[in-house]
Design a protein around this ligand. Structure first.
Ligand code: CAA
Length: 247
């Protein structure tokens, strides 16, 4: 079997980095996609991975744009080969109560967190179907399952991701392509570090395990879903939230 190629969007972010590391250790040829605005961090990120003994490719693209996503995937496939595993991990927050939820904050989160899933999966999909093997893993959130005060935009986008997974899973099921969702709870990353301290403390107090999760814990589940062992799982939503929400 030739080396499988994995594209991870949000690849140099908190959870994305761990997913890249884990898939690279598992033998995939991994490419981390990053937003052009993150360009300044890429060199150091690649160097840090090299120091860990991991050779991970990178590619720039704005996943909220269908055109730029198509361009990015085309360039990637030319440089590295066809995408076998796609992890849609790019995501942002613009938390505010609905009273303060302006259209820009709404649209930014829907575009980056949900429309990106269409934008990036679309140019990868036909190849997976034609080759008869593929994995799409969408990184959603516990807050897409249960809602969260201050996150109408984010909760809507994250819930939408799983609707997408369930629908596309049916289209890929007979063709060797699985589509699944992973719904992390509160994970130790820069995103959760931005939550006001008192709010975060109250959230952690409400988690039955009384701790945040780690990006490595999420990466382990993504690696499982990407593997041949998970061939019979499709349209599923695997939740990892320390017991915060049980469904
Ligand atoms: N449920 C009900 N009421 C709540 C509440 C809750 N969960 N949280 C706050 N309130 C109430 C407050 O008690 C307060 O009431 P009064 O006006 O009567 O005093 C009112 O709502 C305003 O609360 P805040 O002071 O918090 O309002 P704010 O405007 O200063 O802050 C906010 C709003 C920025 C949304 C803030 O509440 C917040 O940061 N919340 C956390 C949002 C969150 O969990 N984000 C997750 C980010 S990480 C992530 O998204 C990753 C992932 O997938 C999990």
């Amino acid at each position: 079997m030739s080396t499988r190629i994995a594209l991870v969007t949000g690849g140099i972010g908190g959870i994305g980095t761990s997913i890249c590391q884990r898939l690279a250790k598992d033998g995939y040829r991994v490419v981390a996609a990053y937003h052009p605005a993150e360009q300044g961090n890429v060199e150091a990120w690649v160097a840090a991975r090299k120091a860990e003994g991991l050779d991970i490719g990178t590619i720039s693209g704005d996943v909220s744009s269908a055109e730029d996503s198509a361009r990015m995937v085309a360039e990637l496939q030319q440089q590295f080969g066809p995408v076998d595993v796609l992890v849609n991990c790019a995501g942002i927050t613009r938390d505010k109560t609905f009273r303060k939820m302006d259209a820009d904050s709404w649209n930014a989160v829907i575009n980056v967190n949900l429309n990106s899933v269409y934008n990036v999966t679309k140019p990868c999909w036909d190849g997976m179907i034609d080759r008869g093997w593929g994995r799409v893993v969408n990184i959603s959130s516990v807050n897409g399952q249960r809602g969260q005060f201050g996150q109408t935009n984010y909760s809507a986008a994250k819930a939408g991701m799983h609707g997408f997974s369930m629908a596309l899973a049916q289209e890929g099921a007979a063709k060797g392509v699985t589509v699944n969702t992973v719904s992390p709870g509160y994970i130790k990353t820069a995103m959760t570090a931005a939550i006001r301290e008192d709010v975060l403390k109250a959230i952690i107090d409400g988690i039955p395990m009384k701790r945040m999760g780690t990006p490595e814990e999420i990466a382990a589940v993504v690696a499982f879903l990407a593997s041949d062992d998970a061939a019979y799982i499709t349209g599923a939503n695997l939740q990892m939230n320390g017991g915060l929400f049980m469904h």
